[in-house]
Ligand binder design. Structure first.
Ligand SMILES: Nc1ncnc2c1ncn2[C@@H]1O[C@H](COP(=O)(O)OP(=O)(O)O)[C@@H](O)[C@H]1O
Ligand SMILES: [Mg+2]
Length: 222
């Protein structure tokens, strides 16, 4: 069986008022490894992740997740198999406290109250944010918001992760925890696509570094 988790086939995309971001673009990503995308601001990294998640639709070409077209699949449905971290953490923080943020979405999909509370406590501890568990997320620093958004994504049991710039404004301790978590998940067969500007971070976690420039890619295998 094909071990490609995600495939983009001859995808072309432009925003309504803008230049073409991708023209005849193809890329496949393995299920069990961590792939990195590096590229200048404006090179199309976020657009690529939104195309994969089906938040944006290509004008041409197709995108397959586990061999099935992602067209018409809702973001909610997609979220069951792919955990997506938005570049801006404000786009996925809705809870009225840090703890509630972590538990509310799980409470919708699971009846196992005990289990998701335990998981939330574990993530709070690992990421060093137990002390702010009752804080209203609006009052958090950018780094705290980022780590809360990451923890929220980690609450779900998914098959694959897509993280758009997870390390921006993270301190080195939290970055270390993130590195270990991603490597642990990979060992359990959960791969990821991680977007970052940080080449050292890329080399620590990635098996494949994809350089994106003007909608074209150049691969570097680690
Ligand atoms: N909502 C939008 N409307 C029009 N153009 C956009 C929009 N979002 C991004 N762009 C443009 O698309 C290109 C790629 O952007 P983006 O995917 O955000 O790049 P990156 O994440 O690599 O910084 C840029 O030229 C950017 O200005
Ligand atoms: Mg971006």
């Amino acid at each position: 069986m094909d071990d490609k988790f995600i495939s983009l086939e001859s995808v072309s995309f432009s925003y309504k008022k803008g230049k073409m971001v991708f023209k005849d673009f193809s890329l496949s990503l393995d299920r069990n490894s961590i792939s990195i995308i590096l590229g200048e601001n404006g090179s199309g990294k976020t657009t690529l992740t939104k195309l994969i998640m089906g938040i944006l639709s290509p004008q041409k070409g197709e995108i397959f997740i586990e061999g099935k077209s992602n067209q018409g699949v809702s973001l909610g449905e997609m979220g069951k198999s792919i955990g997506y971290l938005f570049q801006n953490p404000d786009h996925q923080i809705f809870g009225s406290s840090v703890m509630e943020q972590l538990t509310w979405s799980s409470s919708l999909v699971s009846n196992d109250n005990e289990n998701y509370h335990e998981k939330a406590k574990y993530l709070l501890k690992e990421f060093g944010i137990e002390n702010i568990k009752d804080t209203y997320p609006f009052y958090l620093s950018m780094g705290e918001k980022r780590i809360l958004a990451i923890a929220s994504v980690m609450m779900r049991d998914v098959k694959y992760l897509i993280f758009d710039e997870p390390t921006s404004s993270l301190d080195s301790n939290r970055e270390e925890v993130l590195v270990n978590m991603l490597l642990n998940l990979k060992q359990r067969g959960i791969g990821a696509l991680v977007i970052t500007h940080d080449y050292d971070f890329s080399k620590r976690i990635g098996q494949r570094i994809i350089h994106l420039e003007d909608g074209r890619i150049e691969d570097e295998l680690i």
